[in-house]
Design a protein around this ligand. Sequence first.
Ligand code: CAA
Length: 379
Amino acid sequence: MNFEFTEEQLMIQKAARDFANDVLKPGVIERDENQSFPQELIHQMGELGFLGMMVSPEYGGSGMDTISYVLLMEEISKVDASASVMISVNNSLVCYGLESFGTEEQKQKYLIPLAQGKQIGAFCLSEPEAGSDATSQRTTAIDMGDHYLLNGTKNWITNGGRAGVFLVIAQTDVEKKHRGINAFIVDASWEGVQVGVKENKLGIRGSDTHSIMFNDVKVPKDHRIGEDGFGFKFAMKTLAGGRIGIAAQALGIASGSYELALAYSKERKAFGTEICNHQAIQFKLADMSTEIEAARLLCLKAAYQKDNGLDYTLTGSMAKVFASEAAMRISTEAVQVHGGYGFVKEYHVERLMRDAKITQIYEGTSEVQRIVISRSILK
Ligand code: CAA
């Protein structure tokens, strides 16, 4: 077993760390406050190859492995989880889905600009009444002969307001239940595609989350992904990798919180000494660093399995549930270590605590991860 990173992996980690500290950090409080994220920053992430980092260079990507992706996600998320969710959705859900299951024509037309960061994509599975219970799709795509007619509403769509391309999951045959679900590539410019209001969120406020309405959208037949009825499996297979990305995001939120708490504990004095000299604080730091190490190892194991063609569904879910719950605990403790200062925005930890919460919810709640894990160990 080799615990060392390659030079290339370390290079990507450094590039992500520098970008996070030099470019993302300066405006992160304002972006959180204003719920904004300048297009220019997305452009820069695209230029650095962060938006299509695992896509083969043949399709405009950086051709990196999943280990590098975990390292990048951790570094970006330490500073700005709004930026990292955009990276995660575009890489793990949209680009991965297209590269793995799309036709050559679909890849040429849609994957290349997405991998190059010239466009950003969104993944439309959740609905007002279908979140965890993802087979209960109400969005329909009726086969009209030469096209599908798409109707329905998708909720909580990350990148919804700025996506050029949506991957949309819809029911094509209700009788067949989940085997009658398909996935489609939908161009945001098509008639009938309507972006709903932006959600006003607790965390990851820089990222834009919208509902998306599809009203009689004509989807050409060749925009279906995979064989007829492949849509639910497409969503599950894609989300299995997505969960590694979100686990790494949670890991970054946890390690960012820990690093701030550690530094603060060495500066702040109470009862005549730096607070890191008090056992009450030392034990918090010990627990934080132990949990972070465990979360990191789970993320890297899942990434290793994915890179080596092994089944990563179980480890990916373990990584996500463990890292996201650790992120919630650690960011809350980081606020506690900061005391009153932790409760104000300038010290960053309150934002990290708010950002942590979503990692227990999106791309499969903690409860869904436990379903996946228990089914896997009991089968
Ligand atoms: N790979 C391949 N196929 C899979 C699979 C996987 N990982 N998981 C399930 N399937 C297949 C099953 O084999 C089964 O197929 P067959 O019947 O043909 O054998 C089919 O899918 C249905 O599976 P289940 O019976 O297990 O389905 P279920 O109704 O019990 O649901 C679930 C399982 C795990 C709860 C699933 O519904 C789920 O993951 N729900 C959560 C959805 C989710 O993660 N949503 C996130 C939205 S996207 C998002 O958040 C993006 C963002 O913007 C940040």
